[in-house]
Structures are given as structure tokens and as C-alpha cells.
Design a protein around this ligand. Structure first.
Ligand SMILES: [Zn+2]
Length: 179
């Protein structure tokens, strides 16, 4: 288990389409641990494998953000090869993303979704979600197709965010060079 570096947008690695997971082996189980650990360390409610540079169709979601805040009986979701089978309604949410730190923007998505996926034990699962959970599932699954929430924003807002991210990345590179 390890906390991984999260790629910051814009990064060509974030724009790639991820590949289906063929078999659930030790590598995939380790990836699930890394994703969960990295998500919790960054105070996120979701993280997709491509955000740590692994182009596999796998995401983790925990809308409670931590073990302490999660009601008993609820588990963090480890989602492999997700597919939306139904979407309905509309919901506008102010979204953020661990790959776009410190930024938020309003995005309108389906308000209610039904999704099928494979769990870590290799079982097919169906999940219905609404509210934040529906938003998080759609946001994370977008990452698997190389799409980030900033692409739903106006060009003006997106360009402003891009400038700040490029500045942030330059600052981090300087820090790394100095370290
Ligand atoms: Zn994201």
C-alpha cells in the first residue's frame, strides 16, 4: 500500500482512455489499496486509476471521505469496468477534482444513475445512486474516458483554471528541484 502522486491537469496522461480490466489479480487488488489510500490522504471522495497514471478502468468512491464519517454498513466502493445502464433527471453540483486542486465549478449531470460493475471479488454488481453519489460516479467514470469536469465549464473559466494549474505545477517543479 502506498500513497501515490496524483497527476495535475492539464496532463496528457489524464486525457487517455483507460483499458478494461481483464482479470482481478494481486496487481489489481494492490491498485485498489493504493487508490483508496491516496484518495483518503488527499481528502477526496473519489479517485480514478488514470489520476495516478494507471490506465485501467477502475475507480474508488467514498462519499463520506473517511472511515470515521462513514455510517456502519456502508463500505467504500471499488468499481471495476463500470457501465451506466440508466440515467435520469438532472442535478447541478459544484464539483472539484483531486487533479485540479483548489478549483470548483458547477456541472450538470444526471441526477439518478444505475451502474453495473465488477467488484474486487469478481462479482457483477448493480448500484443505483442519486445526489452526491450519482455525481461522484459520473465524475470518476469520466476520468476513464479521459474527461475532466473542467471540460463542462465555459472556455473562459477553463482557461483561467488552466493558468493557475500551470503555475502550480511550475511551483511544484521548483520545489522538487530545490529539495
Ligand atoms: Zn476528478
Amino acid at each position: 500500500m502506498a500513497i501515490k502522486d496524483i497527476l495535475i491537469w492539464p496532463d496528457p496522461e489524464l486525457a487517455k482512455v483507460s483499458e478494461e480490466v481483464e482479470t482481478i489479480d494481486d496487481e489489481i487488488r494492490a491498485l485498489a489499496e493504493d487508490l483508496l489510500e491516496t484518495m483518503y490522504a488527499a481528502d477526496g471522495v473519489g479517485l480514478a486509476a488514470p489520476q495516478i497514471g494507471i490506465h485501467k478502468r477502475m475507480v474508488v468512491v467514498d462519499i463520506y471521505g473517511s472511515e470515521e464519517d462513514r455510517p456502519s454498513g456502508e463500505e467504500p466502493l471499488v468499481i471495476i469496468n463500470p457501465k451506466f445502464v440508466h440515467k435520469e433527471g438532472e442535478l447541478t453540483w459544484e464539483e472539484g477534482c483531486l487533479s485540479v486542486p483548489g478549483e470548483v465549478g458547477k456541472v450538470t449531470r444526471a441526477g439518478k444513475v444505475t451502474m453495473t460493475y465488477t467488484d474486487l471479488d469478481g462479482n457483477e454488481q448493480t448500484i443505483e445512486a442519486e445526489g452526491l453519489k450519482a455525481v461522484a460516479l459520473q465524475h470518476e467514470c469520466d476520468h476513464l474516458d479521459g474527461k475532466l469536469f473542467v471540460e463542462y465549464l465555459s472556455r473562459l473559466k477553463r482557461n483561467m483554471i488552466k493558468k493557475r494549474m500551470l503555475k502550480l505545477k511550475a511551483e511544484r517543479e521548483e520545489e522538487d528541484a530545490a529539495a
